[in-house]
Design a protein around this ligand. Structure first.
Ligand SMILES: [Zn+2]
Length: 106
């Protein structure tokens, strides 16, 4: 016979899911910090998410460098400065618009 009541298992599953969800949230916060998402996640699982979030918040924030460049939708060439039309395609008589591409690097 199963020693667990059905509702007990259900409760454990829900509690476990909530626990993992909170730990994943802490990991997301940690991924923007020097400590990293994995360390924040492990800390949350072992030492509870409460300690995990403190651990993540105490760790300094990573430096974000946002680079913006412009990519031609036709030929795929990328430019650092903005042009009204792609200079490469304009030579061939095609006036293609450039789309803005922003990237985040740590
Ligand atoms: Zn082009």
């Amino acid at each position: 016979m199963n020693c667990f009541d059905y509702t007990d298992i259900e409760f454990l599953l829900i509690a476990g899911a909530i626990y993992l969800f909170i730990a994943a949230t802490v990991a997301k916060i940690g991924s923007y910090r020097v400590c990293g998402g994995t360390k924040a996640f492990i800390t949350s699982i072992i030492l509870t998410p409460f300690i995990g979030i403190i651990y993540a918040l105490v760790s300094p924030q990573k430096h974000l460098i946002k680079t913006v460049h412009y990519r031609c939708t036709n030929c795929g060439l990328e430019y650092v400065s903005k042009y009204k039309y792609c200079p490469s395609c304009a030579k061939e008589g095609k006036y293609c618009r450039l789309e803005k591409v922003s990237m985040k690097t740590y």
